[in-house]
Structure formats: structure tokens, C-alpha cells
Design a protein. Structure first.
Length: 436
């Protein structure tokens, strides 16, 4: 009898892509996917360690999973991903977990599940220099069948001092471009209309002399009717060639996620980011030179070690200067064993971190609204994702610049491309009407 497998995914898009790889590996061993945890024989949670509150949430979930495990003997609970890699054996100490598998250990899951049971916990947290799961055809978990993630590399070779990712994901390695192009074409053949190429630092992609710009061009040309997105770009590494390639291919979306982290050179240096404020602003200028309509979004950290009010003011002024279209904003969360945890005291008081974060959010909310207002009157080609959550008479979908659009429409469905004109907005949404 086949076993039913339930997986919950936290963290970044790469974890979503990894969960699809895990479903694929386990489907080949007879595991059947279920979305109903109370029916599951195996409960897996793909985890994130990037900030402490991400981990706390998962501890809460493990308590819940343990209720199922106690009520239905035989149910196995496993922790996958970054927390598995960071915490290793210590996750087993609670007695609430049967399996601990790091991000490079997913091929061993069938065997681990077979051997696991009461008193026989299984652990594999070996990191690899080669594993890319390039040969595995992911089982897509998103319901709409419109947009797919394609992992193009794994790991990270940067050592940003605040960041746990290099420890949880290991060394950077790029996936064979043949398998990436094949996967993109396969997605298109199966009805997908958009792919997002994923890596922690896509601009350092390199495989047999092929750069990220080369890969982008190949994917864009192999699937000319498919939309291409990518994430994440590092300000240090994003090349003019990538910008030229984006400008030259109508199917590559004009959106760049370019995490800045701080507007202060002193902080950037301490964070071990390898660029300055000036360099960042020049990259923004280059993006706008090649693609005046390109959306630019960012990540930022408030209250990193020793951050002063002056440093913080520089972050606020950088936000104003760039006018980001959107941002993911966090306060600094010390991660054990990172360089910052070892070298710098986490000395900005929590209430100061929170206040600075709120100030950044307030500025960005206004900038997002201003950015959306500039789009009123424009016509965008939008990929329909499905009915709008707020109003089922409306459809929703993203424009090339990644902004969420909603409009009245009874004629189209998920997967269609439609042209809409923006008639109004909030800071989060463009209100539109169908044109043509
Ligand atoms: N590879 C990407 C970022 C991956 S982590 C890049 O280099 O841009 C996603 C975001 O989480 C980071 O951009 C950063 O803003 C945030 N982050 C990472 N570590 C953090 C920490 N210790 N505390 C708070 N935010 C953190
Ligand atoms: Fe973390 Fe820096 Fe690597 Fe991004 S580039 S994953 S922030 S170490
Ligand atoms: Fe989190 Fe790991 Fe992604 S720490 S952000 S799930 S790489």
C-alpha cells in the first residue's frame, strides 16, 4: 500500500523548489502526496533558519506534528532544509522528530524513511560540492499550474557576516545548463507560462563557461512564449551583459530583486557586502539606462551590530533616492556561528531595531504607493493567476514588473495573457480594466 506524504514548506523560493524535488524523489518510491495532515503517514517540514522567528515558528509546528505522531503510531515526522542542517542531532533530542535531512541529503530520504521508527531516528546532514538534483524532474506543488520555480544553482560562496545560508546550504554550485533549458521547455510543454530561475546569487552562475547572461539568453530563446523571471541578484555581481540580455528579450520580465541590506558604507563593510552605496546607486542607474521601465525591489536589515542613527538615516535616504517599487524589510536577528555572531555584539536594543524597521516600512509604503501611482494610465500585459481572493468576479495576475493587478473579467482564466490598463491603485495592488 502506498504511503501518504504531507510536506509543509517555510523559507525562501528555493525551499519551495526543493520540496518539489522531495515529492519527486519520494513519488518514485511509492509515496503519494496528501494535503490533509490527518491522513498523512509521513509529515515533513522544509525549514528556514534565516532569522530566529522563522525557527520559532517551526518549533511550534513540530509540537503540532507531534500530536499526530502520538495519536497515530507509525506516523513519521521529519525536518528537512536549513534548520536540519544548522541544528543537526540536537533536533532529535526532543524525541519529537524521526528524520533530520539537510538540503543535500534528499536522495537518501527513501532509505531513511524505510529505516526510521520508534527508537531509530535517522539523520543525514552531509553537504555536497556537486549535488544539484539536476536530473530530477520536480513534482510541481503550486495549484495554479501557471508559474514554476527552476533552481539553477545551490549554496552560496559569499560570507555576508549576518547570514546563516552559507552554513546551511554549503558551497555554491551551478547546475548543468542543459538540464535547466530542458526543464524550462518541459514546463512550457506542460502548460506553464512563467518560470523563475532561482539561486542565492544568480549572477555568479557558471557552468562550462556559460554565464548567467548566457543562461538567461538560452532559456529566453528556447521558450520564446514563456515569461522568464529570476532571483536573487547581488549588486556586486549583476553585469551589464545581464541587463542587455533582459532588454533584448521581450519575454524576460523587467524586474530585478537587488537586496541592498543597508544604505551606510560602514554597515555594508561590516556586513561583508562587497559593494558601496555609490556602487549600488550606479547599478540602479545602469538598470534604468537599459530598461527605464524596470522595477527594482530590495531586502534591507534594520539594526545590524553597532548601527547608529546616522547609519539608519543613510538607509532611509537611499530608499528615497532609489524609490524602490517594493521591499522585504527585517530587523537584524543574530544567527549562531555566523561571523557577526562571533565578532560583533548584537548591541542595538530591540526597541530601537523595531522603531527603525517601522520607519523604513513607513517610507517604503509611501514609495510603493508612489510607484503604483506612476503606473496609472499605463497598459500592461498580465499573466492571469486566477480569481482575485477578495472578489471572485475579478481576476488577478502579475504585470512584468511583478506588481499584482486585479480587474473585472469573465472571459479569461489562469494561464492567459491579457492586456489591462491601470485605472487606480493602493500601495499593494493595481486596479485595472481590460483593454482591446
Ligand atoms: N542571497 C540573497 C539573500 C538571501 S536571505 C542576497 O544575498 O541578497 C534573504 C534576506 O534575508 C537577505 O537579503 C537579508 O535581508 C535577510 N537576512 C539574512 N540574514 C538575516 C539576519 N541574520 N537577520 C535579519 N535578516 C536577515
Ligand atoms: Fe546570505 Fe550573502 Fe549568500 Fe545572500 S549572498 S545568501 S545574504 S551569504
Ligand atoms: Fe531560509 Fe534556507 Fe532559504 S535559511 S531563506 S530556507 S536558504
Amino acid at each position: 500500500m502506498s504511503k501518504r506524504l504531507y510536506i509543509e514548506t517555510y523559507g525562501c523560493q528555493m525551499n519551495v523548489a526543493d520540496t518539489e524535488v522531495v515529492f519527486s524523489i519520494l513519488a518514485a518510491h511509492g509515496y503519494e502526496r496528501t494535503d490533509d495532515i490527518s491522513q498523512a503517514d509521513v509529515i515533513l517540514v522544509n525549514t528556514c533558519s534565516v532569522r530566529d522567528n522563522a525557527e520559532q515558528r517551526i518549533y511550534g509546528r513540530l509540537e503540532q506534528f507531534n500530536v499526530h505522531r502520538r495519536q497515530r503510531p507509525g506516523v513519521l515526522v521529519g525536518v528537512l532544509g536549513c534548520m536540519a542542517e544548522r541544528l543537526k542531532e540536537s533536533l532529535l533530542e526532543s524525541g519529537k522528530v524521526d528524520i533530520v535531512a539537510g538540503p543535500d541529503a534528499y536522495r537518501s530520504l527513501p532509505l531513511m524513511l524505510q529505516n526510521a521508527g520508534p527508537g531509530a531516528p535517522q539523520i543525514n546532514v552531509l553537504l555536497s560540492r556537486e549535488e544539484t538534483y539536476g536530473d530530477i524532474v520536480p513534482v510541481r506543488v503550486d495549484a495554479n499550474g501557471v508559474s514554476a520555480f527552476i533552481s539553477i544553482m545551490r549554496g552560496c560562496n559569499n560570507v555576508c557576516s549576518y547570514c546563516v545560508v552559507p552554513y546551511t546550504r554549503g558551497a555554491e554550485r551551478s547546475r548543468d545548463w542543459h538540464s535547466i533549458v530542458r526543464e524550462a521547455c518541459d514546463c512550457f510543454a506542460r502548460g506553464y507560462k512563467e518560470v523563475t530561475l532561482l539561486g542565492q546569487n544568480v549572477d555568479s552562475y557558471t557552468y562550462e563557461g556559460c554565464t548567467f547572461a548566457g543562461l538567461l539568453r538560452m532559456v529566453a530563446e528556447a521558450c520564446p512564449e514563456m515569461r522568464i523571471r529570476f532571483s536573487t541578484s547581488n549588486p556586486q555581481d549583476i553585469s551589464d551583459e545581464v541587463l542587455q540580455t533582459m532588454a533584448a528579450h521581450a519575454n524576460i520580465c523587467h524586474h530585478i530583486h537587488l537586496p541592498v541590506q543597508s544604505g551606510s558604507d560602514r554597515m555594508l563593510k561590516k556586513m561583508r557586502r562587497r559593494y558601496t552605496r555609490e556602487w549600488y546607486l550606479q547599478r540602479v542607474e545602469a538598470i534604468r539606462r537599459y530598461m527605464p521601465d524596470c522595477a527594482i525591489t530590495t531586502d534591507v536589515i534594520a539594526g545590524f551590530c553597532s548601527e547608529t542613527e546616522e547609519d539608519h538615516a543613510l538607509t532611509l535616504s537611499l530608499f528615497e533616492e532609489v524609490g524602490f517599487d517594493a521591499a522585504f524589510m527585517f530587523y537584524y536577528s543574530e544567527r549562531p556561528s555566523t561571523l557577526a555572531a562571533r565578532k560583533y555584539p548584537d548591541d542595538v536594543p530591540q526597541e530601537v531595531k523595531t522603531r527603525r524597521l517601522e520607519e523604513i516600512i513607513a517610507v517604503q509604503n509611501r514609495l510603493s504607493l508612489e510607484s503604483n501611482r506612476r503606473d496609472v494610465g499605463k497598459v500592461f500585459r498580465v499573466l492571469v493567476e486566477g480569481p482575485s481572493k477578495r472578489n471572485p468576479a475579478q481576476l488577478c495576475g502579475r504585470a512584468g514588473n511583478n506588481k499584482m493587478c486585479v480587474w473585472e473579467d469573465a472571459a479569461h482564466a489562469a494561464g492567459d495573457f491579457v492586456d489591462v490598463e491601470v485605472t487606480g491603485c493602493t500601495q499593494a495592488t493595481l486596479f485595472c480594466k481590460l483593454v482591446g
